[in-house]
Design a protein around this ligand. Structure first.
Ligand code: TYD
Length: 211
């Protein structure tokens, strides 16, 4: 039987990486074979593209080149790692996926959503997650978590201004409203343990996981 594909999405400092790891551990503890991965990255080729994209000292990419690089990294990641793992029956958990491109490279001042979806059709045959967990946190909590984690060392995209991150959050809201069958919003303001329980309940309800 094929596995499932679950993505975690949200802005900087929302805690999604912690939640992705906690979910992977909880699934493994239930005897489910799980693969935890992230974007941009996950394969050698996609990790090389990650370096190009995020290095704070690196080249400044234009919006279109940036969107193409994310789509290229995703194409390699899906073809080499995600699709084969699902085919083997694994549950794949990915820290960021297509919706990050739609939110960060799309939206106001960015590329039209259709263009980003078109790049994804070319790169990855339009492959989408079975379930996307969008972790929402208030901007104050997010800022606090990011400064505790990164100090002043922000990457090339994470380091953009508050107005940019507010637009990203607004795009995530729209995506969740447009695709309620795939995207579940999770309030991430509580402790990691409490948020994890909400995540597990969503996975149980949407994908039939026994809790
Ligand atoms: P990362 O260090 O993984 O940050 P985070 O912990 O916030 O996930 O860096 C990924 C950065 O790349 C983050 O700022 C979001 C951005 N990004 C895009 O702009 N588009 C994309 O398609 C993806 C996957 C990430």
């Amino acid at each position: 039987m094929a596995g499932y594909f679950i993505s975690f999405e949200g802005g900087e400092g929302c805690g999604k990486s912690t939640q992705a790891r906690m979910l992977a551990e909880a699934l493994e503890a239930r005897g489910i074979s799980t693969l935890l991965t992230r974007e941009p990255g996950g394969t050698a080729g996609a990790e090389a593209i990650r370096e190009l994209l995020l290095d704070p000292q690196g080249t400044g990419w234009g919006l279109r080149a940036e969107a193409l690089l994310f789509a290229a990294a995703r194409s390699d990641h899906v073809a080499q790692l995600i699709a084969p793992a699902i085919g083997e029956g694994k549950w794949v958990i990915c820290d960021r996926f297509l919706d990050s491109s739609r939110a960060y490279q799309g939206g106001e001042g960015g590329l039209p959503d259709d263009d980003i979806l078109q790049l994804h059709r070319i790169g990855s045959s339009g492959f989408k997650p079975d379930l996307t967990l969008l972790i929402d946190v208030s901007p104050e909590i997010a800022e606090l978590r990011v400064s505790m984690r990164d100090g002043d060392e922000r990457d090339r995209i994470g380091g953009r201004d508050a107005a940019f991150h507010a637009r990203v959050a607004a795009r995530f809201d729209e995506i969740a409203a447009d695709e309620p069958g795939r995207v579940v919003r999770i309030n991430g303001d509580a402790s990691a343990e409490e948020v994890h329980h909400i995540v597990l309940a969503a996975v149980a309800e949407r994908l039939g996981l026994a809790t």
